[in-house]
Design a protein around this ligand. Structure first.
Ligand SMILES: C[S@@+](CC[C@H](N)C(=O)[O-])C[C@H]1O[C@@H](n2cnc3c(N)ncnc32)[C@H](O)[C@@H]1O
Length: 268
């Protein structure tokens, strides 16, 4: 499939599911999220301690909750997404909260915005896996950072490409071939491919970042927050990214990471 048709699918899929996604998913702007049911940055502490005045860019932002969190802490934020409906959802948050984020509707492989001196922080949660050219996105991010700047992103953990199966009363992971990770493909009503999200192993992630001249500072594979015996309300207060669909996978997430988080730095 060509990169144009992949991006066309991405736009169409997220335009059509944006409303349901936001109805079913609770994403807080009081913390910075990395993935479903896992702790946010108030716990993981990967962001710089002071955010005041930092220039930040988020790609594949969805409704840009992470950028609104940064903006509420004094950062100057830019954010983009390929889906118009997702950007509309971000505008709705801006209106509701009065927080400012410069929003644009564009693919992550289109040119990043340019700011004087470069960005202090470029970030993205669970979006790079949809790009046809993720290595180019990382290279572009590296070029747009100022020396000493940070690239912080999360993406589907390679083990999440496996199936969670029950065998003789025990649950566990079945992954046929780690070296050929199967993508997560969703199909439309006619059985045609609607969207695909690709899983990347650590060797690939480190190849993209080192080729882009970035140093990996941290790799995290977080467990979910301890959530058993909580009401739905308490769950939503405890994790910045919650949905009942993900809650159904809690047992799996408690034994096998759902997300890889990468924090890289451009040498000063
Ligand atoms: C799983 S959602 C995550 C959204 C947001 N980061 C969050 O955590 O809620 C993936 C997002 O990536 C966006 N996306 C998919 N392909 C893209 C591309 N090529 N360029 C920019 N955004 C893209 C989708 O529109 C969608 O909003």
């Amino acid at each position: 499939m060509s990169s144009n048709s992949i991006n066309r699918n991405n736009r169409r899929y997220w335009d059509s599911t944006s409303r349901d996604y936001h109805d079913e998913t609770t994403i807080s702007i009081k913390d910075f999220h990395y993935g479903p049911l896992v702790p946010g940055d108030l716990t993981l502490k990967l962001l710089p301690e002071s955010l005041e005045g930092l220039k930040c860019y988020e790609f594949g932002c969805g409704a840009a909750q992470n950028s609104f969190f940064l903006s509420s802490r004094g950062a100057k934020c830019y954010a983009s997404d390929i889906s118009r409906k997702q950007i509309d959802a971000a505008h709705a948050i801006a209106e509701r909260t009065g927080l400012k984020v410069e929003l644009s509707c564009q693919g992550m492989d289109e040119p990043f915005p340019v700011v004087h001196g470069g960005f202090d922080l470029i970030h993205s949660a669970y979006a790079i896996s949809f790009s046809p050219y993720p290595h180019r996105v990382v290279a572009q991010a590296a070029a747009a950072l100022k020396p000493g700047g940070i690239l912080l992103f999360s993406t589907g953990h390679p083990l999440f490409a496996g199936e969670w199966l029950e065998l003789e009363g025990e649950h566990g992971l079945f992954l046929r071939d780690y070296f050929k990770l199967p993508p997560d493909i969703r199909y439309d009503d006619e059985g045609k491919e609607a969207i695909r999200s690709v899983f990347y192993n650590f060797e690939k992630l480190s190849k993209w970042t080192s080729r882009a001249g970035l140093m990996i500072e941290r790799i995290l594979e977080p467990r979910p927050v301890e959530l058993r015996n909580h009401s739905a309300r308490q769950l939503m207060d405890k994790v910045p990214y919650y949905s009942s669909a993900w809650w159904e996978h809690y047992e799996r997430l408690a034994h096998c990471p759902v997300v890889t988080i990468l924090k890289c730095r451009k040498p000063a």
